[in-house]
Design a protein around this ligand. Structure first.
Ligand code: 0X9
Ligand code: ZN
Length: 305
């Protein structure tokens, strides 16, 4: 049974998606994607009051880094609010469709939950085959834009930033890529949820030496979102380019912006303290605060597109 202010198993989250779609036909729909390395079925939640309208799409994913538990919790909470709160139909869902992938690294996530796993595992759990006996790739170094040029390890046994044997070596990153590509025309905002540190960063992530031409637009919207979160009692977000924070190539944010052509692309790092191990009792405060940030995103996407 799902705990909306808790850390749920991947299976519980998937069941919640199906229950939500069944309870709100015509509003919420599940699109089955493919399977993770270990065979877990990924499901995309599509929420729309008017699926035929060709609305701009906001695409949110979470959990590419296994240990960052606050991220899938936020994605689940987003789905919950968008579908259960009647006010959302007049506001957040007015003229905007939401595609949410609440856990894009289920193998890693479940490994952080097993008592014989590792709570601080970050990567996927793919087997690096002939190359080594080590497991896993950093999904946020695995995307095919400027792959490998900065902030990565080439060593499959590196626990943090191994970029993989080639771009999109991981079924998990290929699935996110395919969702982006199939919806490229309508995709106007992409947010990848991570933790921790209260950052909202935008391209470029692969370098701190240059910025996109329209970085001011990305920066302005990010500051509005931060303000909305502060208005709800949250801490301000640190807004800057990802590469000015620290350069790291192969991230999903750069791919969305640089290859897919998504005009607004961000990585959002939830929480200000407790690092990766935010106690669940903090979620009832944190998640509604960040939800106000997502409402601000939606208001701006609706008025611009
Ligand atoms: O290093 C990352 O992948 C992200 N930080 S985390 O602590 N959650 O691992 C930041 C990614 C920012 N985007 C790019 N560098 N492209
Ligand atoms: Zn992360």
């Amino acid at each position: 049974r799902l705990n909306i202010f808790g850390y749920n198993s991947f299976d519980t989250i998937n069941a919640f998606l199906e229950q939500t779609a069944a309870a709100h036909p015509g509003l919420a729909q599940v699109q089955p994607l493919k399977r993770s390395s270990q065979g877990r079925q990924l499901k995309l939640m599509k929420i729309s009051t008017n699926p035929g309208a060709n609305n701009p799409i906001i695409f949110v994913d979470a959990g590419i880094h296994a240990r960052e538990w606050a991220a899938p919790a936020m994605a689940v909470y987003l789905i919950h609010r968008l579908t259960s709160d009647p006010a959302a139909r007049e506001e957040e869902l007015n003229g905007v469709d939401w595609y949410i992938l609440p856990n894009v690294n289920p193998d890693g996530y479940e490994f952080t939950r097993y008592s014989r796993g590792n709570r601080l595992w970050r990567k996927t759990r793919s087997r690096s085959s002939a190359r080594s006996d080590c497991f896993g790739v950093d999904g946020n170094r695995n995307y095919g834009f400027k792959w490998g040029v900065s902030g990565v390890s080439r060593d499959p046994c590196n626990q943090e930033t191994y970029a993989g044997p080639e771009p999109f070596s991981e079924p998990e990153t290929r699935m996110v890529r395919d969702v982006m590509m199939e919806n490229a025309k309508r995709l106007k905002l992409y947010v990848s949820l991570h933790s921790y540190g209260n950052y909202l960063v935008y391209p470029w992530g692969y370098t701190g030496a240059s910025l996109p031409d329209d970085w001011r637009k990305l920066d302005t919207l990010a500051h509005k979102v931060s303000k909305a979160i502060v208005g709800a009692g949250g801490s301000p977000l640190k807004v800057l380019s990802a590469g000015h924070w620290y350069p790291a190539a192969g991230g999903s944010d750069d791919y969305a912006y640089g290859v897919v052509g998504v005009p607004y692309s961000y990585t959002m790092e939830l929480t200000d303290g407790y690092e990766f191990q935010l106690p669940a009792k903090m979620l009832p405060k944190l998640l509604p605060q960040f939800y106000e940030g997502f409402k601000e995103f939606a208001r701006n996407i609706r008025s611009e597109f």
